[in-house]
Design a binder for this molecule. Structure first.
Ligand code: SF4
Length: 435
């Protein structure tokens, strides 16, 4: 970083640690998709960094391809950047351009950007699906936006506020200027952030994420009393199962046996890896201390089950180490449909929960039972109401119209045996073009 500071002039910067939910995953494409993306048009320039995922990519490509024909398209960030630049050129006003983007882009987008004139801004889609907060340095000399509060706190910044859905915020040496560009009564903050995606030491509103995850654990104990009676200890799948394990321990009184340890030198997140890498990664990642669980009936806390294969590997290891019973306590309810908004689970076929009941899933992964937290329990623990959250992947009700249309069409096909050929929003031939 010191080297970069020396080489980069100016006092404004943006960046992004990209999690790929759009475009190809080979090394060249990943490098091309590195953010910030930049674009220029008739003397206007824009640098742009974005968290989320766009659903109407085909429509946006059609709209922007002509003006940017010489620039290759790599992923949806390019499209949002180009759309914003086009609107800026047409409207000559950032707020109006952003509001046009908000009206015409279907999907989740939390954005930071810099214009060629050096204007530093951030905005959130009208549903506010992805987190984005603002803060300042203690001397009030520096202003920052961040997806999560943890990066502000790690730099000793003070968190000022979470951006509202549909809000545009500009930052200058005088501080932040807030502008509610679009008002949407239907918020839809991603519920999966609470269970898995966000760092436990980040805060949403005034509560740390880990506190909410502990409550998830307490909830599941209350929801499955018969299972709790048949267990001896609680064990967590490290690390996202740790906080719910604390809650299970508090509510049930069981010892939280720290007999599953994470190998700190295996740093890949198994969930986001390609199929072939996932199995070996999870096997290398978790070490089970056999003598501590031999002959025991276990409650095992886990944040979610997506494909089921990583959980299956964990259970295999537990069985090999002598576990007598394995009850999975899963904090995120059964995932029945794909996500179109920035979590890479984009087909029905990859989701074990899309066509299997909890009992069937237990059989497939060799658990004695799979106990999902209820949707009501999850919502209550977050402190939000149902209509403030996106729960699409666990209810099948999508907050944006195109996503709902694609999901319904593809579900029908999937249940009739259709084999999906990639992320639905990138391969579905009919819906996006018909918009
Ligand atoms: S569909 Fe699921 S993972 Fe995707 S934004 Fe909604 S709650 Fe989050």
């Amino acid at each position: 970083m010191q080297e970069w500071f020396g080489r980069l002039p100016g006092s404004v910067g943006i960046g992004n640690v990209r999690y790929t939910t759009s475009g190809k995953c080979d090394v060249t494409s990943l490098l091309e998709g590195t953010q910030p993306v930049t674009a220029s048009l008739n003397g206007l320039k824009l640098a742009f960094s974005f968290n989320g995922n766009i659903v109407n990519t085909l429509q946006l490509r059609k709209e922007t391809d002509q003006q940017f024909a010489d620039l290759p398209y790599t992923c949806d960030s390019d499209l949002v950047c180009r759309k914003l630049l086009l609107e800026l050129e047409r409207r000559k006003n950032l707020a109006v351009a952003v509001s046009e983007c908000m009206r015409n882009i279907d999907g989740a987008f939390s954005v930071t950007g810099i214009t060629g004139d050096g204007d530093f801004f951030a905005f959130k889609d009208p549903h506010g699906m992805k987190p984005l907060c603002a803060g300042h340095s203690p001397d009030e000399g520096t202003y920052a936006f961040s997806s999560e509060t943890v990066s502000l706190e790690m730099n000793s910044f003070v968190r000022d506020f979470e951006l509202e859905p549909g809000e545009l915020v500009t930052a200058s040496r005088n501080g932040f200027k807030r502008n509610q560009v679009i008002k949407n009564p239907r918020k839809a903050f991603c519920a999966f952030e609470y269970a898995y995606f966000a760092r436990p030491d980040s805060r949403f509103d005034s509560r740390y994420v880990y506190e909410i995850r502990e409550e998830f654990g307490r909830n599941i104990v209350r929801e499955y009393p018969e299972i709790v009676k048949d267990a001896d200890i609680v064990l967590s799948v490290p690390e996202t199962g740790d906080d719910p394990a604390m809650g299970v321990h508090e509510e049930s009184g069981f010892r939280w046996e720290r007999a599953s340890r994470r190998n700190r030198y295996v740093t890949e997140r198994a969930f986001i890896l390609l199929n072939k890498e996932r199995y070996s990664t999870i096997d290398r990642k978790i070490n089970i201390l056999g003598p501590k669980i031999d002959g025991k009936r276990l409650i095992v806390t886990e944040d979610s089950i997506v494909r089921g294969d990583t959980t299956k590997v964990t259970i295999e290891k537990l069985r090999r180490s002598g576990a007598k019973k394995v009850y999975m306590f899963v904090t995120f309810p059964r995932i029945i449909g794909p996500c179109f908004y920035g979590i890479d689970m984009a087909t029905y076929g990859q989701l074990i929960g899309s066509n299997h009941s909890p009992e069937e899933i237990a059989k497939i992964i060799d658990a004695d039972a799979v106990c999902y937290q209820s949707i009501e329990g999850l919502v209550r623990a977050t402190g939000q109401t149902r209509d403030q959250l996106c729960l699409a992947c666990i209810t099948g009700k999508y907050p944006t119209p195109l996503a709902q249309k694609i999901a319904d069409e593809m579900k029908e096909k999937f249940l009739k045996g259709y084999q999906e050929k990639g992320r639905i929003y990138e391969t579905c031939e009919t819906s996006p073009q018909s918009q």
